[in-house]
Design a protein around this ligand. Structure first.
Ligand SMILES: C[S@@+](CC[C@H](N)C(=O)[O-])C[C@H]1O[C@@H](n2cnc3c(N)ncnc32)[C@H](O)[C@@H]1O
Length: 242
């Protein structure tokens, strides 16, 4: 599988230290000015809005997800904005955000407490410190959600220089990723991923290497043309758990 997908050169964006420093700074900016909720990845492409709109349309169709009880997890949640977008679109189910960077988890919690009037006791949002590829105190793959989402996290994982032991084999983060994700999606649930580093066909190759996840749909973005070559800045692909 992954030998057909271009391997990216490791970069600092693939290290936890980078994200810890990044979210420490975002948190301190937010503490000075709570209108500053930090970087919204792929906002040039309106990725968050496109993902949320897709989910709203899917809920309106009524067979796969619904507004009342569908549960969501956001992998590598950063500032938690994607989950806030899901809640603001009218989804009332349980929302979980995980990140391996503790400052990100603290930041996301503060944003929803201060800007969304969240009462941490009410069970609406659940922000957890967790590395879903490694082992952390709270292990997400022993739970399951109707909708699993990723915006930019596989992109960061692809820039890491780490290998993991999985069933006796040594795998890169990108190779391990589909197995971890498939464990977290409920049967008939969906996985929605937005990436800038991988094309739609590369994402399909990576994710379908776990046979429980199969291509379901994609989100349409406007394309641009330069020198006769058509391009797109990000892509969002949807998979369904068999
Ligand atoms: C490009 S940022 C995207 C953040 C957020 N999804 C957004 O769209 O604003 C990548 C995020 O993935 C997190 N991350 C990377 N590897 C992770 C892992 N193995 N487990 C949990 N979080 C991870 C980083 O800490 C960072 O918050």
């Amino acid at each position: 599988m992954a030998d057909q997908v271009e391997k990216l050169n490791p970069s600092k964006l693939g290290t936890q230290e980078y994200w810890d420093n990044f979210y420490k700074l975002e948190l301190s900016n937010f503490q000075e000015n709570n209108a500053d909720t930090g970087e919204n990845w792929f906002s040039d492409s309106n990725a968050q809005e496109q993902m949320v709109r897709y989910l709203e349309d899917l809920a309106a169709e009524g067979d796969v997800i619904n507004e009342e009880s569908t549960s969501f997890i956001d992998l590598g949640t950063g500032n938690g904005q994607l989950l806030i977008g899901v809640r603001e679109a009218g989804f009332q189910g349980h929302l979980t955000g995980i990140d391996y960077s503790e400052p990100s988890v603290e930041f996301a919690r503060k944003v929803v407490v201060e800007n969304e009037d969240w009462d941490p006791e009410d069970g609406t949002y659940d922000f957890r410190h967790a590395d879903f590829l490694g082992s952390t105190a709270w292990n997400p793959d022993s739970h399951q959600w109707d909708v699993v989402m990723d915006k930019g996290t596989l992109d960061a994982i692809a820039l890491a220089n780490i290998t993991y032991n999985h069933e006796g084999k040594s795998l890169t983060g990108v190779e391990l990723y589909p197995f971890r994700v498939a464990d977290m999606v409920k049967p008939n649930g969906i996985f929605l991923i937005t990436s800038c580093n991988f094309t739609e066909s590369e994402l399909i190759k990576i994710i379908e290497s776990d046979e429980r996840l199969r291509y379901y749909d994609k989100v349409e973005y406007p394309t641009f043309e330069f020198g006769g070559v058509k391009g797109q800045t990000v892509c969002t692909v949807v998979f369904k758990k068999q």
